[in-house]
Design a protein around this ligand. Structure first.
Ligand code: 48H
Length: 256
């Protein structure tokens, strides 16, 4: 019995990994924008994997605002929540509060049920860059990177990579620093996040969700950081809309 449980886990895990070594889309980071994108892409029939450094997917949702586990969303973004069956409570100004735990778990479940596969506790430490195109991700166990063990990574190839890594925009940074790519920003590099201005930050997040260079897209706070957008605190409508827009842009390219 003991052996059979271990065997079932090992066999199924490796089957899952083997099936996802060549992807349509690699989503890096299981924050709100990455998970909405993963769900939409998987629902459209694409082979999608989400690589998340932490043990628990969910990114910055869980803690709400300053650990008060509620977040705020604008009325017009509720249809995205409804696609995941996540509930909300109206507050003033056409806004709604959402229980952060319900939102994080609902987005995880929705993306998984649509067919996106999560690889948690896995960090993307580099990109594949071939013929002037980002064409995959280089992965390692997060504990290995955290312990700074000298262990070579594995590679997953992908037709498109989405940088959903939040504030640090790690994948775009790698493209600029290691591949010498000029990305689609005013300076051609990482502009850096600006201070708090909710309305401007929310709009910029969606506007700056885009293709940065062939094969590489950006969403959420990473889009803000890359293009020099303002931050917005614990309001999440822009993140959800950004994920939806990223998926639509990628689908447009993959179906062309
Ligand atoms: C694997 C990685 C790597 C890596 C990072 O920050 P997130 O929640 O993502 P977004 O951009 O969808 O949402 C942002 C939102 O949560 C937020 O922070 C807001 C609204 N802030 C406003 C403000 O003013 O501060 O999640 C990103 C995820 C995290 O779970 C990371 O662990 C993960 O990406 N990650 N995973 N490989 N190299 N880098």
């Amino acid at each position: 019995m003991e052996e059979k449980i271990s065997l079932a886990i090992v066999e199924r895990y490796f089957e899952k990994l083997r099936e996802h070594l060549a992807l349509d889309v690699a989503v890096v980071g299981a924050g709100p924008s990455g998970m909405v994108a993963a769900r939409d892409l998987a629902a459209a029939g694409k082979k999608v994997a989400v690589f998340e450094r932490k043990l628990a997917p969910g990114g910055g949702i869980w803690g709400g605002g300053m650990l008060f586990n509620e977040v705020v969303l604008q009325e017009e973004t509720l249809p995205i929540l409804e696609d995941f069956g996540i509930r909300s409570v109206p507050c003033d100004g056409g806004r709604h509060t959402v229980d952060a735990v319900e939102m994080a778990s609902g987005l995880i479940f929705g993306a998984a049920r649509a067919g996106a596969v999560f690889f948690n506790a896995v960090s993307v430490e580099d990109i594949v860059f071939k013929d002037d195109r980002v064409s995959g991700v280089v992965i390692n166990w997060s504990p290995i990177t955290r312990l700074e063990m000298h262990v070579d990574p594995l590679v997953v190839t992908s037709r498109a990579v989405l940088d959903g890594t939040g504030h640090p925009s790690e994948i775009a940074r790698l493209a600029v620093r290691k591949a010498g790519v000029k990305i689609a920003t005013e300076s051609g590099g990482i502009m850096g996040e600006r201070p708090m201005w909710v309305e401007r930050g929310e709009e910029a997040t969606v506007r700056d969700t885009k293709m940065l260079c062939p094969g590489l897209y950006v969403s959420g706070m990473a889009a803000n950081n890359v293009s020099g957008g303002f931050r917005m605190g614990p309001i999440f409508g822009g993140m959800l809309r950004s994920g939806r827009k990223a998926a639509a842009l990628i689908l447009e390219e993959l179906s062309a």
